[in-house]
Write a protein that binds this ligand. Structure first.
Ligand code: 2P0
Length: 320
């Protein structure tokens, strides 16, 4: 009744932003991501009949309220599939900053879904597991798989791996280690309710996602970078047009965008993407990663070079 799983966060190269169906947590836009190897969440789930409720320890602190409620909701699904009502103790740890736009909910809920089903001896195929993770947090559906991964907008959406061997580097330039003010879930709802550009964003996103996907299949880095940067900046344009404006950027975010442009002007194929936070992630060739780090580091509090990572996996018992 106990298992440990590891999952990597992912960065969307074509962004999911907005929900087509809120109760079912179905995205309004298709997304395409890459798994961030080198960053990981490790989660242990232990079902225990002595517990009077689910318990959550997140990065060494006991968590309650909304984070625990979201965990319990996923565990309820697993309990229903397993046919038992035991509560669980969940211990989860990220080796990167939590809730700061570094996609901790993606790796967190993917690792939780993987560990909870293993602990309860519920056997789901990867697509079924991806649906469980998507209902908890849509980006988590993608972190069930490794490599480049697509997630659609259909009612029962599950992510699917593209299975393309395309070695790229992703340089993460963190600009703060603090948690963000507005969660993605709240930010999306606010955009949908108040941004006059929301409809245009949702209409345009499938074209950009198709371009991102085609560029990955063609293993064409400049084509991928152009489309990924467009997806991120269009998403932020939609956010900025909300009322009140949703501004996730810090001064350093803009500084970093200019540094990436300067690198391109010097002939380096480096392209920026930004999620619901101030950090900038730069897609480049592995051979250019050190030069990109050198250029970004003065404007960042921390840089991390990620490579294309693998799928969420259960650890052997002795490693957990
Ligand atoms: C993405 N983001 O595609 C986009 C880009 C942030 C910006 O997925 O409400 O934490 O839990 O489904 O998955 C972050 O949103 O939102 C996200 P919920 P989630 O990666």
């Amino acid at each position: 009744m106990k298992a440990t799983a590891v999952a990597h966060p992912n960065v969307a190269l074509a962004k999911y932003w907005g929900k087509r169906d809120v109760p079912g947590n179905v995205p309004a836009t298709p997304s395409v991501s890459v798994s961030l190897g080198g960053l990981e969440t490790r989660t242990t789930v232990a079902f225990d009949e002595a517990l009077g409720g689910d318990e959550l320890e997140l990065n060494g602190s006991i968590a309650s309220g909304e984070p625990l409620a979201r965990v319990s909701k996923l565990l309820d699904e697993v309990r229903a599939l397993a046919g038992h009502r035991r509560f669980a103790r969940v211990v989860t740890r990220n080796d990167f900053p939590t809730a700061s736009g570094l996609a901790s909910s993606a790796s967190g809920f993917a690792a939780l879904a993987r560990a909870a089903t293993a602990a309860a001896a519920v056997h789901l195929d990867d697509r079924a597991l991806s649906r469980v993770a998507r209902r908890a947090s849509a980006s988590a559906a993608r972190s069930v798989f490794g490599g480049f991964v697509a997630l659609g907008t259909e009612d029962d959406a599950a992510a699917e791996p593209l299975e393309v061997d395309f070695p790229i580097a992703i340089v993460v330039a963190a600009v703060t280690l603090a948690a963000k003010d507005t969660s993605s879930t709240a930010g999306m709802a606010h955009c949908r309710a108040t941004s006059p550009y929301y409809g245009a964003w949702v209409d345009d996103a499938p074209k950009v996602a198709a371009e991102v996907r085609a560029a990955i299949v063609a293993r064409d880095l400049p084509r991928l970078g152009r489309a990924a940067e467009a997806s991120a900046l269009r998403m932020h344009a939609c956010m900025l047009a909300s009322d009140p404006a949703l501004l996730y950027w810090a001064p350093a975010t803009i500084d970093l965008l200019h540094r990436v442009r300067a690198l391109r002007a010097e002939g380096v194929s480096a392209w920026a993407t930004i999620d619901a936070g101030p950090h900038v992630k730069v897609v480049c060739a592995p051979a250019d990663a050190a030069r990109v780090v050198d250029r970004l580091a003065p404007a960042a509090v921390r840089t991390i070079v990620a490579h294309v990572g693998g799928a969420a996996r259960v650890l052997p018992e002795e490693a957990s």
